[in-house]
Design a protein around this ligand. Structure first.
Ligand SMILES: *Cc1c(COP(=O)(O)O)cnc(C)c1O
Length: 389
Protein backbone atom coordinates (compact mmCIF):
# COMPACT_ATOMS: atom_id res chain seq x y z
CA UNK A 1 0.00 0.00 0.00
CA UNK A 2 1.17 3.48 -0.83
CA UNK A 3 2.01 5.89 1.95
CA UNK A 4 1.18 8.91 -0.20
CA UNK A 5 -2.08 10.58 0.83
CA UNK A 6 -4.65 10.31 -1.93
CA UNK A 7 -5.23 14.01 -2.66
CA UNK A 8 -4.51 13.36 -6.37
CA UNK A 9 -5.44 10.66 -8.86
CA UNK A 10 -2.40 10.59 -11.14
CA UNK A 11 -2.19 8.69 -14.41
CA UNK A 12 -0.49 5.31 -13.82
CA UNK A 13 3.02 6.40 -14.82
CA UNK A 14 6.04 6.84 -12.54
CA UNK A 15 8.52 9.34 -13.94
CA UNK A 16 12.17 9.02 -13.09
CA UNK A 17 13.93 11.55 -15.33
CA UNK A 18 13.32 14.21 -17.94
CA UNK A 19 14.95 16.46 -20.49
CA UNK A 20 13.37 19.21 -22.58
CA UNK A 21 9.87 18.13 -23.58
CA UNK A 22 10.48 14.46 -22.76
CA UNK A 23 10.26 12.40 -19.57
CA UNK A 24 11.23 8.77 -18.92
CA UNK A 25 9.49 6.37 -16.54
CA UNK A 26 11.06 3.84 -14.16
CA UNK A 27 10.84 1.14 -16.87
CA UNK A 28 12.75 3.31 -19.35
CA UNK A 29 9.75 4.22 -21.52
CA UNK A 30 9.79 7.76 -22.93
CA UNK A 31 6.83 10.13 -23.03
CA UNK A 32 6.27 13.52 -24.61
CA UNK A 33 5.14 15.83 -21.80
CA UNK A 34 2.18 17.90 -23.00
CA UNK A 35 1.32 19.20 -19.53
CA UNK A 36 4.61 20.78 -18.42
CA UNK A 37 3.47 20.66 -14.77
CA UNK A 38 0.62 23.07 -15.53
CA UNK A 39 3.05 25.57 -17.14
CA UNK A 40 5.62 25.39 -14.33
CA UNK A 41 7.97 23.68 -16.81
CA UNK A 42 7.52 26.24 -19.62
CA UNK A 43 11.27 26.14 -20.34
CA UNK A 44 11.39 22.35 -20.47
CA UNK A 45 12.78 19.85 -18.01
CA UNK A 46 16.27 20.72 -16.78
CA UNK A 47 16.89 23.63 -19.12
CA UNK A 48 20.71 23.85 -19.28
CA UNK A 49 20.86 27.57 -18.41
CA UNK A 50 18.57 27.12 -15.43
CA UNK A 51 20.47 24.07 -14.22
CA UNK A 52 23.78 25.96 -14.52
CA UNK A 53 22.40 28.91 -12.54
CA UNK A 54 20.99 26.59 -9.88
CA UNK A 55 24.21 24.61 -9.57
CA UNK A 56 26.26 27.77 -9.26
CA UNK A 57 23.98 29.15 -6.55
CA UNK A 58 23.99 25.81 -4.68
CA UNK A 59 27.75 26.34 -4.36
CA UNK A 60 27.26 29.72 -2.67
CA UNK A 61 24.22 29.95 -0.37
CA UNK A 62 20.62 28.71 -0.53
CA UNK A 63 18.63 30.19 2.37
CA UNK A 64 19.07 33.17 4.64
CA UNK A 65 15.47 34.08 5.61
CA UNK A 66 14.39 37.67 5.20
CA UNK A 67 15.82 38.50 8.61
CA UNK A 68 18.89 39.37 6.51
CA UNK A 69 19.25 40.58 2.95
CA UNK A 70 20.84 38.31 0.39
CA UNK A 71 22.73 39.41 -2.70
CA UNK A 72 20.39 37.67 -5.17
CA UNK A 73 17.06 39.20 -4.10
CA UNK A 74 17.56 42.79 -5.28
CA UNK A 75 18.76 41.81 -8.79
CA UNK A 76 15.80 39.42 -9.11
CA UNK A 77 13.28 42.02 -7.92
CA UNK A 78 14.78 44.69 -10.16
CA UNK A 79 14.61 42.45 -13.24
CA UNK A 80 11.10 41.15 -12.52
CA UNK A 81 9.77 44.66 -11.84
CA UNK A 82 11.25 45.76 -15.18
CA UNK A 83 9.67 42.81 -17.01
CA UNK A 84 6.29 43.84 -15.55
CA UNK A 85 6.80 47.59 -15.99
CA UNK A 86 6.25 47.98 -12.24
CA UNK A 87 8.20 49.26 -9.23
CA UNK A 88 8.01 46.64 -6.48
CA UNK A 89 8.15 42.86 -6.09
CA UNK A 90 6.94 40.90 -3.06
CA UNK A 91 8.47 37.41 -3.28
CA UNK A 92 6.66 34.29 -2.05
CA UNK A 93 6.85 30.59 -2.97
CA UNK A 94 3.67 28.98 -4.25
CA UNK A 95 0.95 30.40 -6.45
CA UNK A 96 -1.62 30.18 -3.67
CA UNK A 97 0.65 32.33 -1.51
CA UNK A 98 0.87 34.94 -4.26
CA UNK A 99 -2.94 35.00 -4.42
CA UNK A 100 -3.22 35.26 -0.62
CA UNK A 101 -0.67 38.08 -0.73
CA UNK A 102 -2.66 39.85 -3.45
CA UNK A 103 -5.80 39.61 -1.30
CA UNK A 104 -4.02 41.05 1.73
CA UNK A 105 -2.47 43.86 -0.29
CA UNK A 106 -5.85 44.71 -1.85
CA UNK A 107 -7.54 44.82 1.55
CA UNK A 108 -4.75 46.91 3.08
CA UNK A 109 -4.94 49.30 0.11
CA UNK A 110 -8.74 49.41 0.50
CA UNK A 111 -8.52 50.49 4.15
CA UNK A 112 -5.45 52.71 4.05
CA UNK A 113 -5.76 54.39 0.67
CA UNK A 114 -9.35 54.07 -0.53
CA UNK A 115 -10.82 54.56 2.97
CA UNK A 116 -13.07 51.49 3.19
CA UNK A 117 -14.44 50.92 6.73
CA UNK A 118 -12.50 48.34 8.81
CA UNK A 119 -13.15 44.71 7.80
CA UNK A 120 -15.68 45.72 5.12
CA UNK A 121 -13.49 45.30 2.03
CA UNK A 122 -14.82 43.10 -0.78
CA UNK A 123 -13.18 41.51 -3.83
CA UNK A 124 -14.99 40.64 -7.07
CA UNK A 125 -13.99 37.25 -8.57
CA UNK A 126 -15.11 35.18 -11.56
CA UNK A 127 -17.16 31.99 -11.72
CA UNK A 128 -15.11 28.95 -12.70
CA UNK A 129 -12.00 30.47 -11.15
CA UNK A 130 -8.99 28.53 -9.94
CA UNK A 131 -6.64 30.47 -7.68
CA UNK A 132 -5.27 27.71 -5.42
CA UNK A 133 -6.16 25.55 -2.45
CA UNK A 134 -5.96 27.53 0.78
CA UNK A 135 -9.06 27.93 2.95
CA UNK A 136 -9.56 31.57 1.94
CA UNK A 137 -9.09 30.81 -1.76
CA UNK A 138 -11.51 27.86 -1.82
CA UNK A 139 -14.01 30.14 -0.07
CA UNK A 140 -14.63 31.90 -3.39
CA UNK A 141 -14.32 28.85 -5.64
CA UNK A 142 -17.44 27.33 -7.21
CA UNK A 143 -15.80 23.93 -7.66
CA UNK A 144 -17.66 21.71 -5.17
CA UNK A 145 -14.83 19.15 -4.97
CA UNK A 146 -12.38 21.84 -3.89
CA UNK A 147 -14.83 23.55 -1.53
CA UNK A 148 -17.57 21.41 -0.03
CA UNK A 149 -16.67 20.07 3.41
CA UNK A 150 -13.92 22.59 4.09
CA UNK A 151 -15.90 25.47 5.59
CA UNK A 152 -16.39 27.76 7.39
CA UNK A 153 -15.52 30.00 4.50
CA UNK A 154 -13.91 33.44 4.42
CA UNK A 155 -16.37 36.24 3.62
CA UNK A 156 -15.70 39.27 1.46
CA UNK A 157 -15.92 37.88 -2.09
CA UNK A 158 -18.50 38.47 -4.82
CA UNK A 159 -18.56 36.00 -7.71
CA UNK A 160 -19.81 36.99 -11.16
CA UNK A 161 -19.85 35.14 -14.53
CA UNK A 162 -16.45 34.98 -16.28
CA UNK A 163 -16.17 37.01 -19.48
CA UNK A 164 -18.94 39.46 -18.54
CA UNK A 165 -17.47 42.88 -17.73
CA UNK A 166 -20.89 44.42 -17.12
CA UNK A 167 -21.44 41.90 -14.32
CA UNK A 168 -18.21 43.10 -12.72
CA UNK A 169 -19.33 46.72 -12.96
CA UNK A 170 -22.67 45.80 -11.39
CA UNK A 171 -21.01 43.93 -8.50
CA UNK A 172 -18.70 46.79 -7.50
CA UNK A 173 -19.74 48.87 -4.47
CA UNK A 174 -17.95 51.55 -2.43
CA UNK A 175 -16.53 48.68 -0.35
CA UNK A 176 -14.92 46.92 -3.33
CA UNK A 177 -11.13 46.93 -3.08
CA UNK A 178 -10.27 44.77 -6.09
CA UNK A 179 -11.31 42.68 -9.07
CA UNK A 180 -9.35 39.40 -9.18
CA UNK A 181 -9.45 37.33 -12.38
CA UNK A 182 -7.40 34.95 -14.47
CA UNK A 183 -6.98 36.62 -17.90
CA UNK A 184 -7.52 33.14 -19.36
CA UNK A 185 -8.97 30.44 -17.08
CA UNK A 186 -6.57 27.48 -17.10
CA UNK A 187 -8.04 24.84 -14.80
CA UNK A 188 -11.51 25.60 -16.13
CA UNK A 189 -10.31 24.27 -19.51
CA UNK A 190 -8.39 27.12 -21.17
CA UNK A 191 -11.41 29.43 -21.28
CA UNK A 192 -10.62 32.57 -23.29
CA UNK A 193 -12.83 35.57 -22.48
CA UNK A 194 -14.37 37.68 -25.27
CA UNK A 195 -11.99 40.19 -26.87
CA UNK A 196 -12.13 43.47 -24.95
CA UNK A 197 -12.97 41.89 -21.57
CA UNK A 198 -9.64 42.76 -19.96
CA UNK A 199 -9.61 46.29 -21.41
CA UNK A 200 -13.11 46.83 -20.07
CA UNK A 201 -12.09 45.58 -16.60
CA UNK A 202 -9.19 48.04 -16.69
CA UNK A 203 -11.57 50.91 -17.52
CA UNK A 204 -14.11 49.89 -14.87
CA UNK A 205 -11.41 49.61 -12.20
CA UNK A 206 -10.06 53.05 -13.13
CA UNK A 207 -13.52 54.63 -13.08
CA UNK A 208 -14.50 53.05 -9.76
CA UNK A 209 -11.15 53.31 -7.93
CA UNK A 210 -10.76 49.54 -7.64
CA UNK A 211 -7.57 47.50 -8.10
CA UNK A 212 -7.29 45.12 -11.06
CA UNK A 213 -5.46 41.98 -9.97
CA UNK A 214 -4.48 39.57 -12.75
CA UNK A 215 -3.70 36.00 -11.73
CA UNK A 216 -1.09 35.20 -14.41
CA UNK A 217 0.26 32.21 -12.48
CA UNK A 218 -0.58 29.73 -15.25
CA UNK A 219 -1.25 32.03 -18.23
CA UNK A 220 1.75 34.31 -17.80
CA UNK A 221 5.49 34.08 -18.53
CA UNK A 222 5.41 33.14 -22.20
CA UNK A 223 2.66 30.54 -22.42
CA UNK A 224 0.22 32.51 -24.60
CA UNK A 225 2.81 33.94 -27.01
CA UNK A 226 3.23 37.14 -25.00
CA UNK A 227 5.00 37.71 -21.70
CA UNK A 228 1.59 38.08 -20.01
CA UNK A 229 -1.90 37.07 -21.09
CA UNK A 230 -2.97 40.67 -20.34
CA UNK A 231 -0.60 41.76 -23.16
CA UNK A 232 -3.05 40.20 -25.63
CA UNK A 233 -5.29 43.20 -24.97
CA UNK A 234 -2.52 45.68 -24.20
CA UNK A 235 -3.73 45.86 -20.60
CA UNK A 236 -1.63 46.43 -17.48
CA UNK A 237 -3.22 45.32 -14.19
CA UNK A 238 -2.42 46.99 -10.85
CA UNK A 239 -1.04 43.74 -9.47
CA UNK A 240 0.43 40.77 -11.32
CA UNK A 241 0.27 37.45 -9.47
CA UNK A 242 3.05 35.21 -10.78
CA UNK A 243 4.23 31.70 -9.97
CA UNK A 244 4.66 28.34 -11.69
CA UNK A 245 7.17 29.07 -14.53
CA UNK A 246 8.85 31.75 -12.38
CA UNK A 247 10.62 28.86 -10.61
CA UNK A 248 12.00 27.50 -13.89
CA UNK A 249 10.51 24.08 -13.14
CA UNK A 250 13.10 23.72 -10.39
CA UNK A 251 11.61 25.09 -7.20
CA UNK A 252 8.52 27.05 -6.14
CA UNK A 253 8.93 30.77 -6.79
CA UNK A 254 6.00 33.19 -6.79
CA UNK A 255 5.63 36.94 -6.57
CA UNK A 256 3.21 39.83 -6.45
CA UNK A 257 4.34 42.72 -8.63
CA UNK A 258 2.92 46.23 -8.52
CA UNK A 259 3.68 49.91 -8.14
CA UNK A 260 4.69 51.63 -4.92
CA UNK A 261 1.28 53.29 -4.43
CA UNK A 262 -0.32 49.84 -4.11
CA UNK A 263 2.27 47.27 -3.01
CA UNK A 264 3.93 49.93 -0.82
CA UNK A 265 1.01 49.73 1.64
CA UNK A 266 2.53 46.62 3.26
CA UNK A 267 4.76 47.47 6.23
CA UNK A 268 7.48 45.42 7.98
CA UNK A 269 6.08 42.49 9.91
CA UNK A 270 2.63 42.53 8.30
CA UNK A 271 3.36 39.78 5.79
CA UNK A 272 6.16 37.38 4.98
CA UNK A 273 7.46 33.90 4.38
CA UNK A 274 10.47 31.98 5.67
CA UNK A 275 11.41 30.84 2.18
CA UNK A 276 10.11 33.76 0.10
CA UNK A 277 12.92 35.58 -1.70
CA UNK A 278 15.55 33.02 -0.72
CA UNK A 279 18.80 33.31 -2.68
CA UNK A 280 18.35 30.04 -4.60
CA UNK A 281 14.82 31.00 -5.66
CA UNK A 282 15.92 34.54 -6.51
CA UNK A 283 18.85 33.27 -8.62
CA UNK A 284 16.55 30.95 -10.57
CA UNK A 285 13.85 33.62 -10.87
CA UNK A 286 16.37 36.13 -12.20
CA UNK A 287 17.52 33.65 -14.86
CA UNK A 288 13.87 33.01 -15.82
CA UNK A 289 13.32 36.75 -16.29
CA UNK A 290 16.49 37.02 -18.39
CA UNK A 291 15.30 34.16 -20.59
CA UNK A 292 11.93 35.85 -21.06
CA UNK A 293 13.59 39.19 -21.84
CA UNK A 294 14.99 37.67 -25.04
CA UNK A 295 11.41 37.24 -26.31
CA UNK A 296 12.48 33.89 -27.75
CA UNK A 297 10.05 31.77 -25.73
CA UNK A 298 7.08 34.06 -26.38
CA UNK A 299 7.91 33.83 -30.11
CA UNK A 300 8.05 30.03 -29.97
CA UNK A 301 4.73 29.87 -28.13
CA UNK A 302 3.18 32.07 -30.81
CA UNK A 303 4.55 30.11 -33.80
CA UNK A 304 4.09 26.64 -32.37
CA UNK A 305 0.67 27.62 -31.06
CA UNK A 306 -0.50 28.39 -34.58
CA UNK A 307 0.87 25.02 -35.66
CA UNK A 308 -0.92 23.25 -32.79
CA UNK A 309 -4.18 25.05 -33.49
CA UNK A 310 -4.13 24.12 -37.19
CA UNK A 311 -3.59 20.47 -36.24
CA UNK A 312 -6.30 20.47 -33.57
CA UNK A 313 -8.84 22.13 -35.86
CA UNK A 314 -8.54 19.12 -38.19
CA UNK A 315 -9.76 16.90 -35.33
CA UNK A 316 -12.94 18.89 -34.74
CA UNK A 317 -15.74 16.55 -35.78
CA UNK A 318 -13.33 13.59 -35.52
CA UNK A 319 -13.87 12.96 -31.81
CA UNK A 320 -13.24 16.55 -30.77
CA UNK A 321 -16.21 18.88 -30.26
CA UNK A 322 -14.36 22.15 -29.61
CA UNK A 323 -10.84 23.56 -29.23
CA UNK A 324 -9.70 26.78 -27.59
CA UNK A 325 -6.12 27.85 -28.22
CA UNK A 326 -4.05 30.74 -26.83
CA UNK A 327 -0.38 30.58 -27.72
CA UNK A 328 0.94 27.09 -26.97
CA UNK A 329 -2.01 26.30 -24.72
CA UNK A 330 -5.14 24.43 -25.71
CA UNK A 331 -8.34 23.15 -24.19
CA UNK A 332 -9.66 20.24 -26.25
CA UNK A 333 -13.23 19.07 -25.63
CA UNK A 334 -13.66 15.35 -26.28
CA UNK A 335 -16.88 13.99 -27.78
CA UNK A 336 -18.55 11.98 -24.95
CA UNK A 337 -19.25 9.22 -27.51
CA UNK A 338 -15.46 8.61 -27.65
CA UNK A 339 -14.93 8.59 -23.87
CA UNK A 340 -14.04 10.92 -21.02
CA UNK A 341 -11.04 13.23 -20.92
CA UNK A 342 -9.51 10.83 -18.41
CA UNK A 343 -9.95 7.82 -20.72
CA UNK A 344 -8.40 9.67 -23.65
CA UNK A 345 -5.51 10.74 -21.38
CA UNK A 346 -4.92 7.11 -20.35
CA UNK A 347 -4.95 5.91 -23.96
CA UNK A 348 -2.56 8.70 -24.98
CA UNK A 349 -0.26 7.66 -22.14
CA UNK A 350 0.05 4.13 -23.51
CA UNK A 351 1.08 5.76 -26.83
CA UNK A 352 3.78 7.87 -25.14
CA UNK A 353 1.96 11.18 -24.75
CA UNK A 354 1.18 12.73 -21.36
CA UNK A 355 -1.77 15.09 -20.99
CA UNK A 356 -4.21 15.84 -18.18
CA UNK A 357 -7.96 15.98 -18.27
CA UNK A 358 -9.97 18.71 -16.58
CA UNK A 359 -13.70 18.99 -15.87
CA UNK A 360 -14.65 15.62 -17.33
CA UNK A 361 -14.60 16.03 -21.11
CA UNK A 362 -11.67 18.40 -21.61
CA UNK A 363 -7.98 17.66 -22.05
CA UNK A 364 -5.51 20.47 -21.63
CA UNK A 365 -2.42 20.68 -23.83
CA UNK A 366 0.42 22.86 -22.56
CA UNK A 367 3.77 21.48 -23.73
CA UNK A 368 7.10 22.95 -22.66
CA UNK A 369 7.81 25.89 -24.98
CA UNK A 370 11.00 24.13 -26.16
CA UNK A 371 8.97 21.41 -27.91
CA UNK A 372 9.55 21.06 -31.69
CA UNK A 373 6.89 21.34 -34.39
CA UNK A 374 7.62 17.76 -35.49
CA UNK A 375 7.02 16.56 -31.92
CA UNK A 376 3.68 18.36 -31.84
CA UNK A 377 2.79 16.64 -35.13
CA UNK A 378 3.68 13.27 -33.66
CA UNK A 379 1.57 13.93 -30.55
CA UNK A 380 -1.38 15.05 -32.70
CA UNK A 381 -1.07 11.85 -34.72
CA UNK A 382 -1.29 9.83 -31.48
CA UNK A 383 -4.39 11.82 -30.50
CA UNK A 384 -5.92 11.21 -33.94
CA UNK A 385 -5.36 7.45 -33.57
CA UNK A 386 -6.77 7.37 -30.02
CA UNK A 387 -9.88 9.25 -31.13
CA UNK A 388 -10.34 6.98 -34.16
CA UNK A 389 -10.01 3.74 -32.11
C1 LIG B 1 -1.72 26.76 -10.19
C2 LIG B 1 -2.44 28.04 -10.00
C3 LIG B 1 -2.51 28.67 -8.75
C4 LIG B 1 -1.95 28.05 -7.50
O1 LIG B 1 -0.59 27.80 -7.58
P1 LIG B 1 0.11 26.74 -6.58
O2 LIG B 1 1.57 26.93 -6.82
O3 LIG B 1 -0.38 25.38 -6.96
O4 LIG B 1 -0.31 27.13 -5.21
C5 LIG B 1 -3.15 29.88 -8.68
N1 LIG B 1 -3.70 30.46 -9.76
C6 LIG B 1 -3.68 29.87 -10.97
C7 LIG B 1 -4.31 30.56 -12.14
C8 LIG B 1 -3.06 28.64 -11.13
O5 LIG B 1 -3.07 28.03 -12.33
Amino acid sequence: MSHVAVNYRPLPVTIASGEGAWVTDTAGKRYLDLLAAYSAVNFGHRHPELIATTTEQLGRITLTSRAFDNDRLEPFAEALARLCGKELVLPMNTGAEAVETGIKVARAWGYRVKGIAPDAARIVVAAGNFHGRTTTIVSFSDDDTARVGFGPFAPGFDRVPFGDADAIAAAITDDTAAVLVEPIQGEAGVIIPPEGYLRRIREICDERNVLFIADEIQAGLGRVGETFACDREGVVPDLYLLGKALGGGILPVSAVVGDRDVLGVIRPGEHGSTFGGNPLAAAVGLKVVEMLETGKFQERARMLGEHLEAGLQKLVGQGVTDVRVAGLWAGVDIDPAIGTGREVSERLMTRGVLVKDTHGQTIRIAPPLVIRATEIDWALEQLRVVLAD
